[in-house]
Ligand binder design. Structure first.
Ligand code: FMN
Length: 191
């Protein structure tokens, strides 16, 4: 049976060996109510048959776009392997207990940063952010840092996954998997 996840695992494992940094980095494209696409990098923090997960601030630009239009596209490009993977589908928020578990694994400064940053909103000066970070350090001194209520995970539930790999003379290989009920159908695309 066609299984895009086995192929994804295989490619990601190779990328972890070959990429000089951030093999889990992926571009996340979203569109809000105005139809204007927006794209930025995020880190893949987990994946399984249910989807591909990243974490962010719900009140960020991407969080607001996903609230208005819970669909997204992801792109991983591994330059050293000359490969890309394109993923498209609906987006759901990760359940709170799962987000709590992931948040607890983050470095303490990253946890504090999640409280101190009003991600995507205007900042008058770098010092303002640094002051807010210090205030946050003081607020949680000697305590565990809980996950902020406005910070959490999103899971892209794939409906299409395309694997592109470089071939000589631009005769590239494109394998497209399209969700078909509980399974997938696989086909090729012209490059
Ligand atoms: C390699 C890389 C990884 C990143 N990973 C994340 C991430 O996992 N979550 C996140 O919120 N921002 C991440 N960022 C920052 C985002 O690209 C972006 O600047 C931020 O989330 C605000 O985006 P927005 O204003 O469109 O919401 C990353 C940036 C880079 C370059």
């Amino acid at each position: 049976m066609a299984d895009p996840f086995a192929l994804f695992d295989h490619w990601l494992a190779e990328a972890r060996q070959k990429e000089p940094n951030d093999p889990e980095a992926m571009a996340l494209a979203t569109t809000g109510r105005d139809g204007q696409p927006s794209v930025r990098m995020v880190l893949l923090k987990g994946h399984n048959v249910d989807g591909f997960t990243f974490y962010t601030n719900d009140e960020s630009a991407k969080g607001e776009q996903l609230a208005a239009n819970p669909r997204a596209a992801l792109l991983l490009h591994w330059k050293s392997l000359r490969r890309q993977v394109r993923i498209e589908g609906a987006v759901e928020r990760v359940a709170d207990p799962e987000a709590d578990r992931y948040f607890a694994t983050r470095a303490r400064d990253s946890q504090l940063g999640a409280w101190a940053s009003d991600q995507s909103r205007p900042l008058d000066a770098r010092e303002t952010f640094e002051r807010r970070f210090e205030e946050t350090q003081g607020r949680f001194e000697g305590k565990e840092v809980p996950r902020p209520p406005h910070w959490g995970g999103y899971r892209v539930k794939p409906e299409r996954i395309e694997f592109w790999s470089d071939r000589p003379h631009r005769l590239h290989d494109r394998r497209l998997f399209v969700r078909d009920g509980a399974g997938w159908t696989e086909g090729l695309l012209y490059p």
